[in-house]
Ligand binder design. Sequence first.
Ligand code: HEM
Length: 401
Amino acid sequence: MKQELRYPIPSDAPLEPPEEWAELRDECPVARVTLPSGDQATLLTRYEDVKQVLSDPRFSRTLTAPDAARLSATGDGGLFNSRLAQIIPDGGEDHQHWRRLVIRWFTAKRMSDLRPAMTEMAERLVDEMVAGGAPGDLRASLGFPLPVYVICAMLGVPAADRDRFAHWSDTLLNLTRYEQAEIEAAQAEFFQYMSEHLAAKRAEPGDDLLSELLAAGGPEEGGLSELQVLVTGMGLLVAGHETTANMIGKMVAMLLADRTRWERLLADRSLVRTAVEETLRMDANPGIGLPRYLHEEVEVGGTVLPRGTTVLCSMAAANRDESVFERADELDLSRKPNPHLTFGAGPHSCLGMALARTELQVVLEVLLRKLPSLELAVPAAELERVEGLAVGGLATVPVRW
Ligand code: HEM
């Protein structure tokens, strides 16, 4: 480990990765980096190493040990930084049990059953953007609201309450933009809402995820406690909103940045699925990657990592590893297979990936159909990024049609 780097590594072009990723993969795949907090971590950029670490339960997701690196200078604890998060087991058999119960809802049939409603929501949002006149901001008009609507549908929340969900999600995730009191108030309101919502679901179950979790019974019957169901519902909003919202914006920006891509999709809609996967692979603004903490010594990529090491897995750098992806730096709309690591890997891999994929495909299909003349309203090089800690993205995606 010879290099000493500040992390995250800045990049000059908003949709391109920093040049250092390729250098690190080639020359220093197990690199020492300094985080904004001043603490040190070990950055992994090769596909095999990232996959190995994410799949190995000895690398813990909890960064609460006294010698674990602090990711940000402000002491932010990650996506769901509160006592509530501890209600869901974070590792071991209990966590796998929780996953098995939750993932049951995400069947291929449910995903395809959700498509018509998702399509209708996306069409309405696009109509509203068009009614507002060009240029529009695709992130604010479509990227931000659609995933909230979808999560509300998944949780069986009435359409009239979607705006409140959007507010809670925004407040719980934008830890730097709101005062602590506002964050706590939003969390308390959200908790209260969900308690009442669960009682209603218990009385009158639907086809939603919460009803399904309740139907599995309490812990004695092999199900979850009422509190665990409630926190799972809150956690799904936090895990599934900003990630998908940002990805919608980034996907559209990547496809419009070189308009021959858009034209190829207009000519051949059968490319939508592989195009979505390829934009997930090529995302150059993924946030800081996945942090893990080592409770014991482990060897990775030929280097022995001592106990107490905080590792950062850069899935985005791994996704451009030439040893796995041919012409890895090229965006190939028909790439197949495409085993990218954008949804993580192993025991914590994204539970909502089937839903996220369906949303991204629906967005692309709706835009191609309704706005074939869509283009970026600013040069791609002028897009402005937001360096979210957990999820990176573009501040706005200005478009015209
Ligand atoms: C493009 C959108 C998305 C991306 C890129 C994404 C990415 C990820 C990643 C990388 C992880 C692994 C975290 C870790 O190992 O520490 C994860 C976990 C998770 N994701 Fe997603 N996600 C997306 C959308 C969603 C959606 C829509 C939902 C649900 C509605 C969701 C629910 C979850 C949950 C519950 C976990 C935790 C799983 C566990 O701890 O076992 N995600 N996601």
